[in-house]
Write a protein that binds this ligand. Structure first.
Ligand code: ADP
Length: 274
């Protein structure tokens, strides 16, 4: 782990930071045929301040992905609204970058072509595209693999392509749905550390869905615990561990926060399975 890349400065979100994402009464009903509607989200009110790292955890089916897709503009909420920088969203926008568990990189394009795709679509000139691509490939440690095809790379490397692809579009908001969920634990830790470094340097707003409580505590300023059926915000846990966080995994405070969140989710899971 190269700590020299991270300036040891306080990066906790100031209370005065402006609200970046404002979810107001977000409700989602899915039509499920003869069984009637399923209330996947019920009046979710949640805010993320500019530069804040917010994770969303909760048992399977509590609506985490649904909420993220609504903020991405890929799904229109049945009710309620999402404001980004005070403006109601209306469909997807390159300012809101999305990374999924198995992100959709193009298998027939090389690593660099994949990363350059967003800027290409945005009409960025070829020379600027090359500079951007080089910059982001370097950032995620894939510079040497620019000419490779995705099939020649490991799962962790493919996820790094997806992250570089998102970064190259220059979003101010990162929406990440289990981005490291399919990786082995070592690759996962490496990517967590890289994401932390990136975030501590650039301070973009992040909404991060994960099943891993440890991951949520490690990365976040706040962890949102959701309860299922209907999906609601149960609890918001501020993570007041000092940054940089790489050393925090072994601390007592980390363990206490993890146990608290684990217990909160366990209660929900027990109720859900009766
Ligand atoms: P999570 O990400 O927390 O696991 P999801 O957002 O995927 O939860 O799903 C929330 C609930 O909505 C679940 O009960 C799921 O089965 C249901 N659901 C999700 N997508 C659809 C869909 N397209 N049609 C019907 N039900 C859906």
């Amino acid at each position: 782990m190269n700590n020299t890349m991270v300036a040891a400065r306080p990066v906790d979100v100031a209370k005065a930071d402006p609200v970046h994402v404002d979810m107001r009464g977000v409700t989602q009903r899915y039509r499920t045929g003869r069984r009637g509607d399923l209330l996947a989200l019920d009046r979710v009110d949640l805010q993320a301040r500019r530069g804040e790292f917010v994770s969303i955890v909760g048992p399977s089916g509590c609506g985490k992905s649904t909420l993220l897709y609504i903020v991405a503009g890929l799904l229109e909420a049945s009710d309620g609204e999402v404001l980004v920088d005070g403006k109601k969203i209306n469909g997807p926008d390159p300012q809101r970058g999305l990374v999924l568990q198995n992100s959709s990189i193009f298998p027939w394009r090389t690593v660099e072509e994949n990363v350059a795709f967003g800027p290409l679509m945005a009409g960025v000139a070829a020379s600027k595209r090359r500079t951007l691509t080089k910059h982001y490939l370097e950032m995620v440690g894939l510079k040497k693999f620019a000419a490779f095809y995705p099939r020649e790379l490991s799962g962790g490397m493919k996820q790094r392509i997806a992250i570089a692809q998102m970064l190259a579009c220059g979003p101010s908001l990162f929406l990440m749905d289990e981005p490291f969920g399919a990786l082995d634990s070592l690759s996962r830790e490496v990517l967590q550390d890289q994401l932390l470094q990136l975030w501590e340097r650039d301070r973009k707003t992040v909404l991060f869905v994960t099943h891993s409580i440890d991951e949520a505590v490690l990365l976040s300023d706040r962890v949102v615990v959701m309860s299922p059926l209907p999906g609601r915000v149960k609890e918001i846990v501020p993570i007041d561990l000092p940054r940089p966080r790489e050393e925090a995994r072994a601390s007592q405070a980390f363990g206490q926060l993890r146990n608290h969140i684990w217990e909160s989710i366990r209660q929900e899971t027990m109720e859900a399975i009766g």
